[in-house]
Design a protein around this ligand. Structure first.
Ligand SMILES: [Fe+2]
Length: 236
């Protein structure tokens, strides 16, 4: 058992933080619903010292957002926020590795994170039957696949993590996994991947304001906190 004075509060990590994964663009997926809620979250981000936020709405067969629709909603959000102090905002997307992804990739209709990384995810329970092929096609198109929350996939084991890292896939940690919001198994995987230096990016994957309230009371062991600080320093 770790004694309380060996723990550190999570919140200070947000000072200067770049959030590479969020569902704050309103009304386009299962994330934030209204412009008002987006504003409330982004104002709180400013208060915490967050520097930059990537808005990464879901794109999948069940949520077939187009690049054009997302860009339009992004412009509407920016207009709504005029005069409000918020972190720098960048539009990207989180892409389910499914049939729609294959189509969009072929048409060149993707919203990469930073010009080269494309944020991708799979179901939590099973990989797509053609995951190798999709990753290969994405790389062949000149992108680096960035796998969202690898620690949360029930079907992945250490050998899978090693396989994908060796295939040139980058990993993005979900901060909420590390503080235990998704249970023990995701937290333990996150700690292991963090210690093994396998993460390349980090994000909150925030879907609603409540998550920020949960972060407020969150604490990490000093050891995990120092690994986390190193990752955050590396990516920002
Ligand atoms: Fe997400």
């Amino acid at each position: 058992m770790e004694l309380p004075f060996f723990k550190k509060a999570l919140l200070p990590v947000f000072n200067g933080f770049v959030d590479y994964h969020s569902h704050i663009l309103p009304g386009v997926d299962d994330g934030v619903r209204s412009f008002e809620d987006s504003k409330k979250i982004l104002e709180e981000y400013t208060r915490l010292g967050v520097r930059k936020v990537y808005l990464t709405p879901h794109v999948m067969e069940d949520v077939p957002n187009t690049v054009e629709e997302l860009k339009k909603r992004f412009e509407e959000l920016k207009a709504y926020l005029e005069g409000v102090t918020v972190p720098e905002l960048v539009l990207a997307s989180e892409n389910m590795l499914d049939g729609l992804f294959s189509e969009r990739l072929e048409k060149g209709e993707l919203l990469p994170l930073d010009g080269e990384h494309v944020l991708v995810e799979t179901s939590y329970y099973n990989p797509p039957y053609n995951m190798e092929e999709l990753i290969f096609k994405l790389k062949s198109a000149g992108y680096i696949p960035l796998l969202a929350h690898p620690e949360r996939y029930r079907y992945m084991e250490k050998s899978d993590y090693e396989h994908w890292k060796n295939s040139g896939v980058h990993f993005q940690m979900n901060l909420s996994s590390l503080v235990g919001f998704y249970g023990d198994s995701a937290r333990k995987n996150a700690e292991m991947l963090l210690k093994e230096n396998m993460y390349d990016f980090i994000g909150t994957d925030l879907h609603r304001y409540r998550v920020l309230e949960m972060y407020e009371g969150a604490k990490l062991s000093k050891r995990i906190f120092s690994y986390l600080e190193k990752l955050i320093y590396f990516v920002r």
